[in-house]
Design a protein around this ligand. Structure first.
Ligand SMILES: [Zn+2]
Length: 464
């Protein structure tokens, strides 16, 4: 069976690459909505091209109001959805092998924006369906290929689609890494604030740290008034030494700015960076603020978010299970002269609940003098690793690669985060940096062919 599939894919390699290149030639980053084009002109165009390709390859295709296009393998009951996307992140700068939307195949790699994320994988899945059809095997269930167009900006495309159609009993998304992701942690973000203003003595004047909740800040600055430069410098340098950051002081009209420089990283893996904001807090905890309430606020905050605590230990929420450890990092902080407010990002393992996580943090923030804004928890996504579904997919991966793959847990969310019994399955080789979202993004042609064969085996086994 596998031999026949691989022979089919070998024989159709050129068409497969052509189809992927046709899609890559269209800039499908999100653009302003227009009537009948919810994600703008580029995405409407790429979906139209997608329809054209699906029909050219002989499938019954359907366009759902320019949100997604679909193709069915047969008219049997729904069994497996394969969910990929045709939208891309903006081209950015620095492409050297080709222009971002003028794809080329060079040294066995298909280059261009979207080649790996996710147009190449989308087309690999199409050729898997073609290979299965060619085999003429009798199947009892349908495989539906779904090409969405809003994965990069919030996945409202599939929310729309699943408002019309039911989920299949099983869903696979070729929009991540092999072997397979069966756990995606949940997430919790909280914003909290407190009033504090002092006009005399040592006092906080201004601060604005962080841009996005899911990014650990690499720089954090605060303006303090009422203190001698040398004295403030001594406090800052002590904090910098303690936290492995650098502190740079600058005289300003309204006081002295103290800038901490650490290292930025993604909030889902905070141990990869060095949070400049918690270093700054550690410093603020040592500043002899004149106002007793202000002093207490920062002492409290420093205790709850100590520098280097990536796992919510100080907040008593350091949960851990097979999905990994809870991570928590303070990423945003601001003071405008009246109100101090801050936000954290937390990735929560399967065992984390509202009761043992959100409520626990909430109570401590209130006790520390802050008012949290109402927020909810986005639950974790989990498909048991000993389910037939996961075992079957891993067996297909092994059929083609010879590798015994272990399912993995991640802190981020994929296209299937809200889809019951959905897993991300390929098609990147985790050992290869395909520069997804960066310049010179590429998809290895070998990997694309292997992936198509793996998906074909999966369709055969799951829809039989
Ligand atoms: Zn993607």
């Amino acid at each position: 069976m596998l031999n026949k599939i691989q022979a089919f894919i070998d024989a159709h390699e050129q068409e497969m690459l052509e189809d992927a290149m046709e899609l890559i030639r269209i800039n499908s980053e999100r653009m302003p909505a227009q009537p009948g084009m919810p994600f703008g002109e580029g995405n409407a165009k790429v979906l139209a091209k997608g329809m054209e390709i699906l029909e050219k390859r002989g499938f019954a295709a359907k366009n759902y109001d320019n949100y997604v296009v679909t193709a069915d393998l047969n008219d049997k009951p729904s069994r497996l959805d394969v969910l990929a996307h045709l939208d891309v992140v903006p081209a950015g700068e620095g492409f050297t092998v080709c222009e971002p939307f003028a794809p080329v195949v060079k040294d066995g790699k298909l280059y261009g924006r979207g080649s790996a994320d996710d147009k190449g994988p989308a087309v690999a899945a199409l050729y898997a369906m073609m290979a299965v059809r060619e085999l003429g095997a009798e199947l009892s269930g349908n495989c539906r290929l779904i090409w969405g167009s809003d994965e990069e900006c919030g996945s409202s495309d599939i929310r729309y689609y699943y408002g019309i159609e039911k989920h299949a009993p099983m869903t696979v998304s070729p929009d991540a890494d092999f072997p397979l992701i069966h756990i995606e942690k949940g997430s919790l973000g909280m914003r909290f604030a407190a009033k504090t203003n002092a006009t005399e003595g040592v006092r906080l004047v201004y601060s604005q740290v962080g841009t996005k909740r899911n990014v650990v800040p690499g720089k954090a600055a605060v303006v303090i008034a009422g203190m001698e430069f040398a004295q403030l410098n001594a406090v800052a340098q002590t904090a910098a030494e303690r936290t492995g950051t650098q502190a740079v002081l600058t005289e300003q009209e309204n006081g002295i700015q103290v800038l901490f420089v650490g290292e930025s990283c993604h909030a889902a893996s905070p141990e990869k960076g060095n949070n400049a904001l918690t270093a700054m807090l550690s410093f603020l905890g040592d500043v002899p603020f004149a106002d007793a309430k202000q002093k207490k606020l920062f002492e409290n905050l420093t205790k709850l978010y100590p520098h280097g605590d990536y796992y919510g230990k100080a907040l008593n929420v350091a949960h851990e299970d097979e999905s990994g450890r809870l991570t928590l990092c303070l990423t945003i902080f601001a003071y405008d002269g009246e109100t101090v407010c801050a936000e954290f990002d937390s990735r929560v393992p399967v065992c984390g609940t509202k009761e043992n996580t959100l409520d626990v943090i909430w109570a401590q923030m209130v006790e520390a003098g802050f008012t949290p804004e109402p927020c909810g928890m986005n639950p974790a996504h989990y498909v048991p690793k000993d389910s037939e579904f996961v075992k079957t997919l891993l067996s297909c991966y092994k059929d083609v690669t010879g590798i015994d793959g272990e399912p993995i847990a991640i802190g981020g969310g994929t296209y299937v985060h809200h889809i019951e019994n959905g897993v991300a399955f390929g098609c990147a080789d985790p050992a290869v940096d395909n520069r997804m979202h960066g310049a010179d993004e590429f998809m290895s042609v070998e990997q694309m062919k292997k992936s198509a064969a793996i998906y074909a085996m999966a369709i055969l086994k799951l829809c039989k």
